[in-house]
Design a protein around this ligand. Structure first.
Ligand code: GAR
Length: 218
């Protein structure tokens, strides 16, 4: 029997990181455990010291640093990124803690195949310091969001979210740890949905076929 995956060929993922790369690691380990038909064709960091590059190398995944400091403008940096990503071949570009604002040109280039994870329940708390801001706001729930990337910081159609309780004794570190554990659950799940061709963007919403809950309460 010929499977659909065989017909369309093995899909490829390029991941962009800036640091630790624990979300990238969670995706790769889930793919290995669940034997996904996918090829991780490369990881690119905007600084050579990014720890996630070491994990990539340990797995035989090509790892590259394209230092943003070496470029005079965001446009020229993003052009270099596009060139490298296209050279590697990417059906899906995964932003996993990539802490650079991308230009509209980059976002349009990869529209519909560019996804991001953000450590908050968007549209609440886009931007930085989400855990501190959730505590300051007295939020009783916090969490993480995986979304397609559109122009605008931390914006775009939401694929899935995980919510976690904010506990009375929480500080930013304990809350960040609880959210990160949730991130490691939803990012592999969202990537798999994409690879399986189950996602459809309708307006500013994402539909999953067959339907499945897009909000996980942890
Ligand atoms: C994660 O918490 C991710 O949600 C966040 O950076 C961290 C990266 O951790 N991303 C953003 O804030 C993007 N707006 P990791 O390198 O261990 O995956």
């Amino acid at each position: 029997m010929v499977t659909i995956n065989y017909i369309v060929g093995m899909l490829s993922i390029v991941t962009l990181i800036s640091g630790r790369g624990s979300n990238f690691e969670a995706i790769v380990k889930t793919a290995q455990k669940e034997r996904w038909l996918v090829k991780f064709t490369g990881v690119i960091a905007n600084q050579a010291t990014a720890k996630g590059l070491d994990f990539a190398r340990s797995q035989g995944i090509p790892a590259f640093a394209i230092e943003h400091r070496d470029y005079l403008s965001r446009e020229s940096f993003d052009a270099a990124l596009i060139q490298q990503i296209e050279a590697l071949g990417a059906n899906l570009v995964v932003l996993a803690g990539f802490m650079r604002i991308l230009t509209p040109g980059f976002i349009r280039h990869f529209e519909g195949r560019l996804i991001n994870i953000h450590p908050a329940l968007l549209p609440a708390f886009p931007g930085l310091h989400t855990h501190e801001r959730a505590l300051e706001a007295g939020a009783t729930e916090h969490g993480a969001t995986v979304h397609f990337v559109s122009e605008g910081v931390d914006e775009g159609p939401i694929i899935c979210q995980a919510s976690v309780p904010v506990l009375p004794e929480d500080d930013a570190n304990s809350l960040a740890a609880r959210v990160l554990a949730a991130e490691h659950q939803i990012y592999p799940r969202a990537v798999k949905w994409f690879l399986d061709g189950r996602l459809r963007i309708v307006g500013n919403q994402v539909q999953i076929q067959p339907p499945e809950s897009q909000l996980i309460k942890l």
